[in-house]
Design a protein around this ligand. Structure first.
Ligand code: IPE
Ligand code: IPE
Ligand code: MG
Length: 238
């Protein structure tokens, strides 16, 4: 990668293609997820070294509950293992973790592991690593609006106080700058209910590489492509 390239502050990734990666090898889909979890660890390290300040990954959507029970269980177990074993690593690497999504539907022990991880890494000053679990952008917006509506109903807030920044401040990503670059691996070109509000002006990058095969070089390619985009935000380039 060209060293003069501008590094995006926040990169978000829809990690797709685990199942097809495994199928091509005649393996169960869950093997693809296990391999995908390894990719997450490596890419987090690479992103940190490249100077990316925030990395957000989509691990499990609100729609993914509709998958077969065995696959959902395997995914939850992978997340459980990840949450329980990554703490020491995050402490060592100064990573700050936040889980996006509605945690109330997750098993109690997983909720506890997440709470511990978030608490124990909260004051770390390195890369911010957001993992979306039981996350759906529409669900996130509904939750934010419900809490605003409750405040209006009890008289503690006036409807005129509902502004764009107020909504941003009530999303799971509060305090985190919007993604500059959204990558989807695995060949599909859609957003699948990920960060709809936050990606209003993100550059989109789709690649055919399946997530378990995604490497630092692929991330660099995405950043190179990002560097060739003209970001306009509705205005004109001077
Ligand atoms: C992405 O890979 C991981 C999750 C959605 C949990 P998939 O499991 O969607 O893999 P494909 O798209 O079926 O290949
Ligand atoms: C999006 O991938 C969700 C995650 C990567 C966690 P999916 O594979 O679930 O999305 P669709 O079903 O192809 O849109
Ligand atoms: Mg998929």
């Amino acid at each position: 990668m060209d060293n003069r390239r501008k590094i995006p502050v926040h990169v978000a990734i829809i990690m797709d293609g685990n199942g097809r990666w495994a199928k091509r090898r005649g393996l169960p889909r869950t093997v693809g997820h296990t391999q995908g979890a390894r990719t997450v660890e490596q890419i987090l390290e690479d992103a940190d070294h490249m100077g990316i300040r925030y990395l957000t990954v989509y691990a499990f959507s609100t729609e993914n509950w509709s998958r077969p029970d065995g696959e959902v269980k395997a995914l939850m177990n992978l997340l459980r293992t990840y949450m329980k074993t990554s703490l020491a690593k995050c402490a060592r690497n100064n990573v700050r973790i936040r889980v996006l999504g509605d945690k109330s539907r997750l098993d109690k022990d997983l909720q506890e592991a997440i709470a511990n991880l978030e608490r124990d890494t909260a004051s770390n000053t390195g890369i911010g690593f957001q993992i979306a679990i039981n996350y759906g952008s529409r669900d996130e917006i509904v939750r934010a609006l419900r809490s605003a509506a409750a405040k209006v109903a009890d008289g503690s807030m006036d409807p005129s106080e509902i502004t764009e920044s107020m909504i941003s401040d009530n999303l799971d990503t509060h305090g985190i700058p919007d993604p500059d670059l959204l990558i989807r691996t695995g060949g599909e070109q859609r957003i699948s209910n990920f960060l709809l509000w936050q990606t209003a002006y993100a550059e989109l990058y789709f690649c055919d590489v399946a997530w378990p095969d995604f490497k630092k070089e692929d991330l660099e390619k995405a950043i190179d492509a990002y560097n060739h985009r003209e970001r306009r935000y509705g205005g004109l380039i001077s």
